[in-house]
Design a binder for this molecule. Structure first.
Ligand code: NAD
Length: 343
């Protein structure tokens, strides 16, 4: 697996250093705070000296993800469903809108809630940001490119999305969220940013969220067959969560409205990923193949030229380092039995 290492982007130093001064003594609202990326973002904002108000309805997130922050100075949790109008006490400088189920299994479980949070939840979060005169960041997704016909995907590509397929509850909700955010930017005077996040992995992913990294790790640790979708030749580009968080902060701090791709341009096949995880865990699991889910994209790879140029950002964590940190966490937190197959 030397090749995996060799093709990683070269570390560049602290990616954009997240413009640390931009967040010190400022107040940030994070919707989706109890989720995987949201909890890491809250932690990093607190590290940078921000006051953080985390909002979540715990649809797919867990309070456990925030348990180490709840007694931290400057952190407050507010249980709210952002599909209902909401506000927070006091001034707000930044609104990071991350609330939304994000894994295909989760949005298949919660299709209407996914459409609502992308549409109504984004409207409510934008109106709150407008009322507070706060800068707004939308966590959009590479899924807005659908099953792309252009590789790698630059932000100018409009995508190839099936508007009525099972994934459309997520893809189209995020496309609508981008349209809403752009509308507020153009007409309302709200300063907005849009990031299109590509596949992110790391500690605090749920074993049962259906995405390949936690599913393969869970299966490998349990010594059960690692189930790869299709022939495993479909690719993803995996970005470690700490890099993604730096990308969100760099975007928010920069004077570039985006949309901007935040992801790791290093592409690997799902079969390579399964083999790498099997090797790293020392597992004797067999690798077996299951049918591809509907509308599963065959390739997904960000063009991060804009992020490099406008944010001075690029991922710096090698896949093996990120997987090691994820594995260390999973060994302590995943259940002994496999709960879901992924790919
Ligand atoms: P996650 O499911 O772990 O976190 C999402 C959080 O939003 C959860 O805590 C959930 O309870 C909360 N939430 C959902 N609906 C809500 C509502 N109506 N009101 C309040 N809270 C609500 O997902 P994640 O992987 O952390 O993703 C975070 C964001 O990043 C999402 O917007 C997702 O679309 C985007 N994103 C993630 C990835 C990835 O690879 N993880 C890739 C692209 C985009």
């Amino acid at each position: 697996m030397q090749r995996l290492q060799a093709q990683q982007p070269r570390p560049k130093g602290p990616a954009a250093a997240a413009a640390p001064d931009a967040f010190a003594r400022r107040t940030a609202v994070v919707t989706g705070a109890a989720g995987f990326i949201g909890s890491h973002l809250c932690e990093r904002l607190l590290d940078l000296g921000a006051n953080v108000i985390g909002i979540d309805n715990l649809l797919t997130g867990r309070l456990d993800n925030l348990s180490h922050l709840r007694s931290a100075d400057g952190f407050r949790f507010q249980a709210d469903d952002v599909t209902r109008p909401f506000t927070v006490a006091g001034p707000v400088d930044f609104v990071f809108h991350l609330a939304s189920p994000a894994s295909p299994l989760d949005y298949a479980r919660h299709p209407l809630a996914t459409l609502k949070v992308g549409a109504i939840g984004t409207l409510n979060a934008l109106e709150m940001a407008e009322a507070k005169r706060a800068r707004f960041l939308l966590a959009s997704t590479s899924e807005v490119y659908g099953d792309p016909l252009v590789h790698p995907q630059p932000e100018q590509y409009w995508g190839n999305v099936n508007p009525i397929g099972p994934r459309s509850v997520y893809d189209e909700a995020k496309r609508y969220a981008e349209a809403l955010t752009s509308c507020f930017h153009r007409t309302g005077g709200t300063r907005t940013r849009i990031v299109r996040i590509f596949n992110t992995y790391g500690p605090r992913m749920r074993a049962d969220d259906g995405r390949a990294v936690p599913a393969f790790i869970q299966q490998a640790l349990a010594g059960e067959p690692i189930t790869v979708a299709g022939d495993g030749g479909q690719t993803r580009s995996l970005c470690f969560v700490a890099d993604t968080v730096e990308g969100l902060l760099a975007t928010t701090a920069a004077e570039y409205a985006g949309p901007v791709n935040i992801g790791n341009p290093h592409e690997i096949t799902m079969l390579q990923l399964a083999e790498e995880i099997r090797t790293m865990t020392g597992s004797a699991s067999a690798i077996t193949f299951v049918p591809l889910p509907a509308d599963d994209p065959k390739r997904r790879c960000p063009d991060i030229t804009a992020a490099r140029a406008h944010l001075d950002w690029e991922p710096t964590t090698h896949l093996r380092d990120g997987l090691r940190q994820t594995l260390d966490w999973a060994e302590k937190h995943f259940p002994a039995q496999t709960v879901a197959a992924g790919g």
